[in-house]
Design a binder for this molecule. Structure first.
Ligand code: 6PG
Length: 259
């Protein structure tokens, strides 16, 4: 099982978490030229980040036409269902910015079942990558965002589920979710999520404190198995942090840097 020690940054609150994540994403995206790929996550923690990226200085600092948007997992519901991870990102971010529609690549959910959805999304990722084997040193993604569930799940990789050990498939169907909402899921597997220049976990709120300490102590939980070919960073707000540690200084926004 790959285990990688993450770099953990504790920030003051959920607003600071969103700003820190936006700054990291921007810095990463500005480091590369040409086509870029970002893999988004669902849940509550990224919502402020998506709103921030869609507004003011961040919106203007992003070259939308170069970025392709993918999802690490989704619930097998129609895209306009309030539980859809794609729907949430579209509402808070992608509908509000000049992202070309051809750059937006959601997990298909209008097909017969999660296996078919996984097969189609895997084929789409193969096409985007230009190969059906992930190569070390040639990451699929530039940035992968991840969340942490209260049971230690991440993406739709749940404790005790067989999908945790999947090495060959890039995307799998999860007929039974291990956590609410209890709808079938489609998820990228660990090796696929790991094929990135940077993986950013976003964790916020007091309900996450206990599970964060377990994961960071190396408990055998899905989120502890997540790894990255590039950097692995956990952004945690003070309420979710195991102890009151030092808080990182506030990150300046692109606007304040320019000024
Ligand atoms: C999903 C997510 C999932 C999420 C965590 C954390 O579809 O449910 O992708 O992995 O990131 O459950 O969610 P919260 O931020 O809401 O706690």
């Amino acid at each position: 099982m790959p285990q990688q020690h993450p770099h953990v940054i504790v920030v003051a609150d959920s607003g600071a978490l969103a700003r820190a994540a936006a700054e990291r994403m921007l810095a990463r995206l500005h480091r590369s030229n040409g086509r870029l790929a970002v893999c988004l996550t669902g849940g509550s923690a990224p919502q402020r980040l998506y709103e921030l990226l869609a507004a003011g200085p961040y919106r203007n600092a992003i070259s939308w036409e170069h970025i392709y948007w993918f999802w690490g997992d989704d619930r097998f519901v129609p895209h306009n269902d309030p539980r859809s991870n794609f729907g949430m990102a579209r509402r808070l971010l992608l509908d509000r910015v000049p992202a070309p529609s051809g750059n937006i690549c959601p997990i298909p959910t209008g097909v017969e079942n999660v296996e078919e959805a996984a097969r189609l999304y895997e084929a789409e990722l193969h096409r985007f990558y230009g190969a059906a084997q992930l190569l070390p040193g040639r990451p699929l993604f530039d940035v992968v965002l991840m969340g942490l569930g209260p049971d230690g799940h991440t993406a739709s990789l749940f404790p005790g589920h067989a999908e945790l050990d999947e090495k060959a498939r890039w995307v799998v169907g999860v007929p039974q979710a291990g956590h609410e909402p209890f709808v079938p899921r489609v998820t990228l597997t660990f090796p696929t999520l790991a094929s990135t220049r940077e993986m950013l976990f976003l964790v916020s709120g007091p309900s996450k404190r206990e599970i964060v300490s377990q994961v960071l102590a190396g408990a055998d939980l899905p989120a502890a198995r997540a790894y990255s070919e590039g950097e692995l960073l956990w952004l945690v707000d003070r309420e979710a942090a195991p102890e009151h540690g030092d808080v990182a200084p506030a990150t300046p926004s692109p606007a304040s840097r320019e000024g």
